[in-house]
Design a protein around this ligand. Structure first.
Ligand SMILES: [Zn+2]
Length: 192
């Protein structure tokens, strides 16, 4: 059922021009918020952080490869972040099936039914304790056809680390994929 719907919507998405695709939206509460949250200025802005290094769990039918994840992890490791293990879930993992995320992990999966196909390539939901701003789990969804594309996974992991979309051209957290880049100004771990 999900696979059928996904194929149909993917074709619809491909019919649109690939410019000006918003990479995703990112909620600041444990609820997926639609429509797209406006991009936040030119300065990197972080809401929430991990107290202990998150592991990364790739769901069984996940949209990326383990080596693609390891490459994205290296991007953020160079910026001072630490991660736990990177592993792939077994078929039937309950959090993957329920479109959720496992505690202490950044869970990566294919889009669920709330995914905004046509305007989004990826989407990240981060759960945090609002009293302490501690992020305790995150779920990244990426359209499989875009899984190996440049910067999308890095960008989504940035959201999982608490960083919001912004609009400095060439920056990793630019909300529009075609205007983004690998610039990491302001998102180093511990940056004020
Ligand atoms: Zn984004």
């Amino acid at each position: 059922m999900r696979a059928v719907m996904f194929a149909a919507l993917l074709m619809w998405g491909d019919g649109h021009q690939k410019t000006h695709l918003t990479i995703d939206d990112v909620p600041n509460r444990p609820v997926w918020i639609h429509p797209v949250i406006p991009i936040h200025g030119r300065k990197a802005h972080q809401e929430g952080y991990w107290m202990s290094p998150p592991s990364i769990l790739l769901c069984h039918e996940g949209p990326v490869t383990i080596s693609r994840i390891e490459r994205a992890v290296r991007y953020w490791t160079r910026l001072g972040y630490t991660f736990g293990t990177v592993s792939q879930a077994l078929p039937g993992n309950p959090d993957c099936i329920a479109n959720k995320a496992s505690y202490g992990t950044i869970t990566i999966d294919v889009p669920s039914q709330t995914f905004q196909f046509g305007t989004h390539l990826g989407s990240t939901k981060a759960w945090r304790f609002t009293a302490t701003d501690e992020i305790f789990k995150a779920r990244i969804e990426i359209i499989p056809a875009w899984g190996s594309s440049e910067r999308i996974l890095e960008h989504e992991i940035g959201h999982a680390l608490g960083w919001r979309d912004m609009n400095s051209v060439g920056h990793i957290m630019h909300g529009v994929w075609t205007a983004g880049g690998y610039n990491s100004t302001g998102v180093k771990n511990g940056t004020e």
